[in-house]
Design a protein around this ligand. Structure first.
Ligand code: ATP
Ligand code: MG
Length: 239
C-alpha cells in the first residue's frame, strides 16, 4: 500500500483523497503571482509539524527575499534549509550558493543534483521544493537534451525517497496555457488558474493528473490569505 502524506493545504488534501503519494515528484504549475511559492512553502511547513526537515531550492528568489515574503504568514522556517542561486555578472556566471563541498558551483543540472545529494546526506530532508523548473529549462537550447535531463532529475528525486514539489511557470489563462513537457514526466500535476468572470479575476486550483490515485477532477476556488492558501473543495468555479 502506498503511503499518502498531507500537503497541509486546507482543501487540497481533500481533493487528493488524503494527500500525495510519498516519495514522488509533483508539478505545481501556474501563472505569475498564482501562489506557487506560497503553496510550496506551506507543503514544507506541514512536514515540519511532524519534525520532518524540508529543503527549498530557490532558483528565482534569493533566500533573504523568500524569507521576507514568507514572514507575513508567521511560519517557523527553522527546519527548512533554503539553497539559492546568484548571478555573478562580472564573471557572466550563474552560481549555486552552496556553503559546503563545492563553494558556489556553476548552476548546471549536474551541480544542482550534487548539491541536493549532499544535503540529503548531511541534512536528511523528507520534503523538497524546486522553485522553479522554468529556470532549469533556460539551461538548454535543445529540446531533447532538456527532456532527457529533466527526466533524469525526476528519477533522481524519486530515488531520494523525498516527496518533491516542482513549480513551473505557465500562462495564466485556463484555456490557452500550453502543456509543458515536464507535466508528462512528473508523477502528478496541480495547476493554479486565474479565471475572469464578469470582470473579476477568480483564482482556482485543478488537479490534472496523479499517477496511482484517484482525485477530484473539478476546478475549485482558491484564495491566498494571511494564513496561506485556502481551497474550497465543495464549491465550483463555473455555475
Ligand atoms: N496575505 C496575503 N493575502 C492575500 N494575498 C496575498 C497575501 N500574501 C501574498 N499574496 C498574493 O500572493 C501572490 C504571490 O504568491 P506567490 O509568490 O506564491 O506566487 P508565484 O506563483 O510563486 O509567483 P511567481 O510566478 O511570480 O513566482 C501575490 O499575487 C500576492 O498578491
Ligand atoms: Mg514564485
Amino acid at each position: 500500500m502506498m503511503n499518502k502524506i498531507k500537503t497541509g493545504i486546507a482543501g487540497l488534501d481533500e481533493m487528493l483523497g488524503g494527500g500525495l503519494i510519498e516519495g514522488r515528484p509533483y508539478l505545481i504549475a501556474g501563472g505569475p503571482g498564482a501562489g506557487k511559492t506560497i503553496l510550496a512553502m506551506e507543503f514544507l511547513i506541514e512536514g515540519t509539524r511532524n519534525r520532518e526537515k524540508g529543503l527549498y531550492i530557490s532558483l528565482e528568489e534569493s533566500a533573504g527575499q523568500l524569507r521576507e515574503d514568507m514572514a507575513l504568514f508567521g511560519w517557523n522556517l527553522d527546519l527548512i534549509k533554503i539553497v539559492d542561486t546568484t548571478q555573478e555578472l562580472s564573471l557572466d556566471k550563474w552560481l549555486i550558493k552552496s556553503n559546503s563541498v563545492m563553494s558556489k558551483p556553476e548552476f548546471t543540472l549536474q551541480n544542482l543534483v550534487k548539491v541536493i545529494e549532499e544535503k540529503l546526506n548531511t541534512y536528511d530532508p523528507k520534503r523538497i521544493v524546486i522553485d522553479s523548473i522554468t529556470s532549469i529549462r533556460l539551461l538548454y537550447e535543445n529540446k531533447s537534451d532538456m527532456r532527457r535531463e529533466i527526466l533524469s532529475l525526476m528519477n533522481f528525486l524519486s530515488r531520494s525517497g523525498c516527496t518533491t514539489l516542482i513549480t513551473s511557470e505557465t500562462g495564466t489563462d485556463y484555456e490557452t496555457s500550453k502543456i509543458l513537457m515536464e507535466e508528462f514526466l512528473a508523477s502528478g500535476v496541480i495547476k493554479l488558474h486565474s479565471i475572469e468572470r464578469r470582470g473579476e479575476i477568480i483564482n482556482a486550483i485543478g488537479i490534472e493528473k496523479i499517477r496511482g490515485s484517484d482525485f477530484d477532477r473539478h476546478l475549485r476556488p482558491m484564495k491566498i490569505s494571511d494564513e496561506g492558501i485556502v481551497i474550497f473543495p465543495n464549491e465550483t468555479v463555473f455555475e
